[in-house]
Design a protein around this ligand. Structure first.
Ligand SMILES: NC(=O)c1ccc[n+]([C@@H]2O[C@H](COP(=O)([O-])OP(=O)(O)OC[C@H]3O[C@@H](n4cnc5c(N)ncnc54)[C@H](O)[C@@H]3O)[C@@H](O)[C@H]2O)c1
Length: 137
């Protein structure tokens, strides 16, 4: 069991949370928009309806899966005990760079930092940060 932290709870972030929780990981998630954050459980629950109907997820697994997704109060809370942090905020280089600079100060050097960027160079996002070897995209 590993702890996965997800920054951004929009279309991608909540879906990434669902996938990791679905295979048994503990998931922490944060979004600056309180409504996006608070709606994560209901959005995942809704996503799971067709999976349950098709027999791909057992009905009795839905609540335990949701129980593995913990909404967090901020970046420091998000990073508590995280083995990997996946950024899924808006597609904006300066925003991502700013957030990774903060994340880097909150996690130990071995924590994997990853971006879900669609098209921004991971090298540009990581440029100037202290531990480039731990980056993933
Ligand atoms: N939507 C897709 O099909 C898709 C596919 C592949 C990759 N991506 C990439 O994934 C990333 C997220 O895309 P999305 O579609 O989920 O976007 P989205 O707009 O649905 O979600 C982005 C979330 O980031 C949050 N956010 C913005 N600034 C923040 C901050 N400072 N702190 C915390 N949260 C913040 C917003 O409140 C929002 O909920 C982007 O880089 C996008 O390019 C998207």
């Amino acid at each position: 069991m590993r702890t996965i932290a997800i920054l951004g709870a929009g279309l991608m972030g909540h879906g990434i949370a669902q996938v990791f929780a679905g295979v048994g990981h503990q998931v922490r998630i944060f979004d600056q928009d309180p409504e996006m954050l608070s709606s994560v459980p209901e959005r995942i629950r809704s996503n799971l309806v067709p999976f349950v109907e098709l027999g791909l997820v057992a009905r009795e697994q839905v609540e335990p899966l949701l129980g593995r997704v913990k909404p967090c109060s901020g970046l420091a809370d998000l990073c508590q005990g995280a083995d990997m942090v996946i950024e899924a905020v808006s597609e904006n280089l300066e925003l991502k760079r700013e957030l990774f600079a903060q994340l880097e100060s909150l996690v130990p050097p071995q924590t994997i930092l990853a971006s879900n960027t669609s098209a921004i160079s991971i090298g540009l996002i990581a440029d100037g940060l202290a531990h480039p070897g731990r980056w993933a995209c």
